[in-house]
Each structure stands twice: as C-alpha cells, then as structure tokens.
Design a protein around this ligand. Structure first.
Ligand code: ADP
Ligand code: PHD
Length: 592
C-alpha cells in the first residue's frame, strides 16, 4: 500500500478548526488507499511564546531545559490531532520523538538526527492507524529530549519519508508552494512548479523560510520528492526534486537573511593557519559562519571578514578575541545591522554578466554593497539591514523573476523502483543520517586571479568593474569583495580563465584608474581546490577541516567561498597538487 507523509506546519494547526481540517485531509488520503504518517508542528506561535516564557524566568536558560520546554509545543498538537481524528471516527495514535525512536546527537537546540526506528510506526500503520508524529524533536543517547532547530519539523517529515521509503512527502503550509522569493516581502513573487534540491538548499539556507535547509539535505541524500503545498486548497504546489524546472535559468530565486552580523579582523599575519585559529574557535561553539572573505595580504598582513547570525554575534566575538590573542591582529570591528541578499540559479555557472546585472541594479538604486561572495550557483551581497528589503525587490525585478517562463517546462514524473528503495535502505545502514557526506574533491588549475585594492566604499563600484569586465566577454568565476577596512577601502578579487587574464588585467587597470583605486595585482597561476557534498554549511567543521589540512601543509589561502554544496579555496598554483592530496587524506573518512 502506498505510504504518504503529510507535514502540517504551525500555521496549519494554529486553531482547533485548522486541526480538524488537517485531520480531514489525512483521513481522505487514507480513504484513497494510502497509509498516512502525519508530522505536526506546534500550534501557531507557540514556540515563540515558550521562548518568551523561558526568558521571563531566566535570561540564559540552560539548553537542556529549553528543549524540554520547546518540545511540549509539538506534544500538544499531536495529542489534539489524534483526538480530532478520533472525533471524525477514524483510528489514530500520537507519538513523541522519543516514542518513534528519533535518536539525535546531544547538541540541544540544534540536534542532528542519527537514526529513526520504523518498526513501531509500521505496526501501527498496518493496524489501520494514522500515525501522528511530533516534529522538531528527538532524544539523545541518555534519553534527554532534544530539538532540531527552528523550523525543524520539515526535517522530521523528510527524514521519516526517507526511512519509511514513503511514496510522497507533502509539506502543508500557509503558502501554496515555493516562490521566487518570500511573497510576504515581494508580493509580485511567482510560484514555481518545480525546483531542484541544490537551488532549494541554497535558497533555504540563505533565508527562504518556507523550508528548513536540513530537510532538503535529507531529500537530496535519500532521493525523497518533496511537495510543498497549501493547507487551505487542493491545488498542487511545488515539487522539490533532483531535476529543476529549467536548469538553464541564470537566476531562479532570491532570498534575504535579515538577521546577520559582520565581523572583520584587520591586520592579521598573512601566513598559513592564522584564520584557522579564529574559525576553529567559532566552530567549537557550533556557530555557522558565512560569507568568509579574506583579502590578499598587503605587506604581510591580511584582513578577514565574515558573517554570523546576529543572535550569535557576542559568542562569535568572544571566539575571535581568543583567536586574536594567539595570532595577533590590528583590530576587530563588527556591525549587527546588516543583512544578506542573495540570488540563486543553476544556470549562472555557464553565463557571463549575471553578477554585473545584480550589482548594477543595486547601484542604480543607490544601495551600497559592503561585501560580496559568490559560489557556482549563488551571489550574495551584504547591505545595510534597513535597505535589504528594497534590495531584494530590486534584484527580483532585475532578473524578471515575476514573469512566467516562456519556454515549455518538461513534466516531472516520479521515478520509484525497488532498486532505488533498496539502495536508500542500504545507505541508511550503519550511518548517522545527518552525517556529512563528501562526494568530490577537485583541483582546477586553469584560472588566474585579479585583485583591485584600495577600492572606494561607495555605491556602484562593483557594478562599474564587472560592467567593463562583462563587456570584454570575460567569464568571471569566483568574486569576493572584502568589507572596507577602517581606512574606508575595500579589496575586490575575482578569478578568470587563464587565457583571459591579460585582457582582464587591462580592463581592471582602466577601471582602477577611472575610480581612483590603489592598484591592480594579479596571479597567473592559481589553483582552485573544491570540496563538494551535502551539508557543508550546516556542518561548521568542513571549512575548518579544509583550512587545517592546507595549513598543516604550509599552504596559504588567497580566496575562500562557501555554499551549501561546496567550499572553494584559491591557493598558489604551485601548491595545487599537494593541496589536493592533503584534502583527499583529510576527508577520506567521509568520502562517499
Ligand atoms: N521562497 C519562498 N516561497 C514561499 N514562501 C516563502 C519563501 N521564502 C519565505 N517564505 C515564507 O515562508 C512562510 C511559510 O513558512 P512557515 O511560516 O515556517 O510555515 P509553517 O508554519 O507552515 O512551517 C510563508 O508564509 C512565506 O512568507
Ligand atoms: N515549532 C518549531 C518547529 C517547526 O518546524 O515549526 P513550523 O513547521 O511551524 O515552521 C518552530 O517553530 O521552530
């Protein structure tokens, strides 16, 4: 018999009426001949209310007790859901995370799922029950209750769909699918019929709150098709699957992360291992770092900027100060009023001028870009928080994301076969479900680096540089722009194919002259080393492991960029092969 997992988010179980409505939907699915597992979140704003309540008795509540408290939100809704189904004359049973056997690690508030028992659920389903599972929670080895991080019920749902080899995983929410950006912020956003795991992973981790990014990692790793749809209508929503709607689109979505903070460490010694001392301490505190930008050092000193979630700024600064005490630095600055605006698209890896379009649109609106990082499929810029929503709207308009695509879309058909199911079950044996998996380590020695230093901190500079670079037909791969230092000057570096270096340097020199930048330097023989897999950003230690492996071999990092699926670093060309070997060794235990 087919098995369906249906997840109802807080907005879909916010009132008794909504609970009854969700109950009817599950009963209907069962009557249509499916076994049904429901995953339910806490009602409405319950989790926020519980957080507030805790703050009234303790400003820094112990994490263990916080999880004990937060898990009660879901416990209320599963019980009510079971009662609702009983009232409609059907069989149902509610289970907490512990009762289903969702085993996690012991990191309270952001626990990772290790394994899930299926036998009890299977038995209850075979007896004709609708099984109602509490989302967002599990237990650690010592039976302590843990929670999976905000939005974690999506992760419970997709993980359950993976272990049960469900035929469908439906996420019911208050929007009718995944939009090109948050429709609450940009009302003209368009619903997409299908999106690929990689694009959705990026969008989710860059701020698209409709899905928890870790749930997409499960989807990708265990091949679970996810259907995001409205709990208020019967219309189909958005399928999240391996094959996107149109892989050729340069930009298919945009996202905003409002609550970011920036930290800059100025004047640290530019020798292997210095940034590692800092990032290691941040990772030890389980804080995820994003937008790492390291300047090519001037006179033996370098500046490193990066962003962290705003509510973790204090803890991150503490870690930075500890690291700086060991390696030394000229100063530390931070800003907690910044936001990150990003565009994502699989097709941008093969097109020129995408970054330039984004920078130009922002410049035309007078929005200053404080930092830039790119990966193969995303471009992120850091801007002032009070300008971020406007910036999001502008880039959405620039890439015409509101317009229906004109070319026809290939229909998607589920591919379910016994061998796929067997493969997934085999992959689930003896592993922790959310463990990091690395599937590729690559060396690209065909690129060169161009760096413009002393770039003035004013709107439109990046746009002008890349306008001219794009006009010259140069294909730019990595772009990083550092945060301006206390002297008000930033550094802009980018990589280009070797054969386009001469032309790129020429263009960069012209731009530098016209914008009164300091100087242009270049390095013809760089090596780009990349590690790709699933869960790279949520596993804070990946970048660290990479930096450490290279630093142990005395290899200095010139540029860094990170995404959900890949971490890239640029090193001296002569060190490429050696770096590659180091990385293969360092990641041998997690290579798939
Ligand atoms: N790209 C996007 N597409 C759709 N919704 C989005 C997107 N980005 C952010 N959202 C927001 O996500 C919300 C749904 O997530 P959430 O409030 O967590 O729902 P639930 O309570 O069902 O889990 C939507 O109301 C929407 O405002
Ligand atoms: N209740 C938890 C878990 C969750 O996933 O909720 P929702 O499905 O409403 O986003 C939270 O608010 O974070």
């Amino acid at each position: 018999m087919p098995l369906i997992v249906q997840k109802f988010g807080g907005s879909s179980v916010a009132t008794p009426e909504k609970i009854l409505k969700a109950a009817r939907r599950a009963i209907r699915a069962q009557q249509e001949g499916n076994q049904v597992v429901m995953v339910v979140s806490a009602m409405g704003d319950t989790t926020d209310d519980l957080l507030e309540l805790a703050a009234q008795v303790n400003e820094r509540p112990p994490a263990r007790e916080m999880d004990m408290l937060l898990s009660t939100g879901e416990q209320i809704s599963v019980a009510l859901m079971a009662m609702a189904i009983h009232s409609l004359g059907n069989k149902a049973i509610s289970l907490t995370g512990a009762q289903i056997g969702v085993k996690t690690d012991a990191s309270y508030r952001k626990a990772r799922i290790k394994s899930i028992e299926t036998s009890r659920m299977r038995k209850l389903l075979d007896e004709g029950n609708i099984v109602i599972a509490a989302g967002f929670q599990g237990i650690d080895e010592d039976f302590n209750i843990t929670t999976l991080g905000r939005g974690g019920s999506d992760t419970t749902a997709v993980a359950l769909a993976a272990v049960l080899r469900a035929d469908a995983c439906e996420i019911y929410t208050d929007v009718d699918g995944v939009y090109t950006t948050d429709p609450r912020v940009v009302p003209e956003a368009r619903r997409v019929s299908r999106i690929g795991y990689d694009e959705m992973l990026e969008l989710a981790s860059l701020g698209a709150g409709v899905m928890h990014s870790r749930s997409i990692e499960f989807g990708k790793k265990f091949d679970v098709p996810i259907h995001v749809r409205s709990s208020f209508t019967d219309q189909p929503g958005t399928m999240i699957v391996a094959e996107p709607e149109r892989p050729d689109m340069a930009v298919s979505g945009a996202a905003i992360t409002k609550d970011e903070a920036r930290i800059t460490v100025e004047g640290i010694p530019d020798v292997p291992g210095t940034s590692l001392e800092i990032f290691k301490r941040i990772a030890d505190r389980n804080i995820s770092v994003d937008m790492i930008v390291q300047n090519v050092g001037e006179s033996g000193k370098a500046d490193v900027s990066f962003t962290v979630p705003r509510n973790e700024l204090d803890a991150a600064l503490e870690a930075v100060r500890e690291g700086v005490r060991i390696v030394g630095a000229a100063g530390i600055t931070s800003d907690d009023s910044v936001a990150k605006v990003s565009v994502v698209g699989l097709g941008m890896a093969r097109q020129t001028g995408v970054a330039e379009r984004m920078f130009r649109a922002l410049a035309a609106a007078g929005i200053n870009i404080q930092m830039i990082t790119t990966s193969e499929i995303k471009i992120s810029v850091l801007v002032r928080r009070d300008e971020a929503q406007k910036a999001l709207r502008i880039v959405h308009q620039e890439f015409e994301l509101d317009k229906e695509p004109t070319t026809p879309i290939e229909p998607w058909t589920p591919k379910s076969s016994q061998s796929d199911a067997a493969d997934v079950i085999a992959r689930l044996q003896g592993i922790n479900m959310e463990d990091l998996t690395i599937d590729d380590i690559q060396l690209d020695s065909k690129q060169s680096r161009v760096t413009i230093s002393g770039v003035p901190d004013a709107p439109g500079i990046a746009a002008k540089v890349f306008e001219q670079v794009a006009a010259g037909g140069v294909f730019v791969d990595m772009i990083v722009q550092s945060h301006p230092t206390s002297s008000g000057e930033a550094t802009l570096s980018f990589t280009v194919p070797d054969e386009q270096l001469v032309k790129s340097v020429e263009v960069a020199k012209q731009v530098a002259k016209s914008l009164a930048c300091k100087e242009v330097t270049s390095s013809p023989a760089i090596a780009k080393l990349s590690v790709s897999g699933v869960g790279l950003r949520t596993h804070t230690g990946v970048a660290i492991r990479m930096f450490k492996a290279l630093s142990d071999a005395g290899i200095n990092l010139e540029m860094i960029n990170t995404s959900e699926v890949r971490v890239n670093v640029v090193v001296d060309g002569a060190a490429g092969e050696r770096g590659m070997k180091q990385l293969q060794q360092a990641f041998s235990d997690v290579m798939r």
